[in-house]
Design a protein around this ligand. Sequence first.
Ligand code: HEM
Length: 471
Amino acid sequence: WWPRQNKTNGLPLPPGPRPLPLLGNALQINVTQPWLTYAAWGRRYGGIVYSRLLGQDFIIINDEKIARALLDQRGAIYSDRPVIGTNKLFGLDFNTGLLPYGETWRVHRKIFNQTLRGEAAASYHNLYLRKAYDFALNLMDFPDELEAHVQTISASLIMAITYGHEAQTRDDPFVNRIQQVVDIITQVLTPERGALLMAFPLLEHLPAWFPGAAFKRLARPCRELVKEIMERPFEHVKGQMAQGKAPQSMVSDFLTQLHGDSGDAVTEQEQVMMEVAATVCIADSSQTSSTLYVFLLAMVLYPEVQERAHAEISAIVGDDRLPDFDDRSSLPYVEAICRETLRWQPVVPLSLPHATSSNDTYEGYFIPKGANRPHFVLILGMTHDETRYPDASSFKPERHFNPDGQLKDEPIPGNLGFGLGRRICPGLYFADRSMWAAVVTVLASLRLAKAKDPDGREVEVRPDFTTGLAM
Ligand code: HEM
């Protein structure tokens, strides 16, 4: 159907929708929720789909088996990222998630491993709980400011862990700055704009007044904010260390290890740590807060789930104290709620785009090499696979139990919500624990319900999702 075999070693490309000249499949894509189009293509064309967008090749993987075969087992080929000019323009090219597969990325991941691996993430248990209590109190005292509370819990937690900074429980200036960057990223760096820029790199160089280039107005403020987020807290920790009063944090631990060394190597390592720390702040505040929104939405839409969780917590913990991590293994239904939250509405539904470092063949299909040939792993397609998750669009924590009533043995690193392969989310242990603390504390202390209008009638909640941090 698509006469490109001369460029594909005589092999067919994976099946997919018929493209129009020049535009490719651009007009067929739901631009506000592209994952819905990709999921529909998956149902029609199968687990691996080929499409073209403005002259760029896109491969969409909808099937877990294929995703594991390519990303897990052929990680050396499938772990690159597409190069998009806006990353540099907006000062975000340092970000671990956007780095090409290579030495700098490896150094970043090594620091992530040292500072946020399983045991390190576990050492912050008291902090997760303390922030979760603040969150529940904020929700109770100021229920109308939900958005601010969700942003505050994730940003203040990560600030404490990264820099030892105790953010104010409301309206912290630093947390606000991170949020401003995330707002710009979600507004500007969408997958569709990425495709447009890969197709027409010239757009990057046009003045901001040019039609289609207005997004560039946000580039300078974004660069300035990112520089501030990167440098100010880092320098602050160094200053505290010089005075001998720095609290324990990722950055102070790292700098302590460098103590005694000097010269260019140290400057270089400090720069890398500065970049990793800023990545952590930006990555965490968007993904963890979005996951918490999904949880809160599910609890409002499914009050019976909330009731069952209340009953489980009351039976195990009683009503005189709040749950802590020692209770975790005795609260399987709460655990199932966390898993179902990640499955029901994965907050990175397209994962982050991967790119291939060399040509490949899969089941007789040709997979082209190249940084401008992104492939999306459609997490939503995999977590909504009806053969594995019947009635996938409903929130049902029970699906995570075996018929004998035992919670299924599904370790967190295998949770599709965190991606797979070599670029799997390095914050997953931290995210898992901080999310559990917030979920269990809210369930133990609050009852979430729909708002009421002045006549006492419930206000209907209509779930609506927007595109966000994907490229
Ligand atoms: C519930 C919260 C979170 C979810 C659902 C989530 C999900 C994801 C997903 C799906 C990816 C893409 C994986 C891929 O490319 O295949 C990713 C990448 C990443 N995440 Fe997370 N994440 C969460 C929290 C965090 C936190 C707390 C941090 C930092 C502390 C973090 C840091 C990163 C980084 C740095 C990457 C890029 C990795 C790379 O390119 O090598 N994430 N995350």
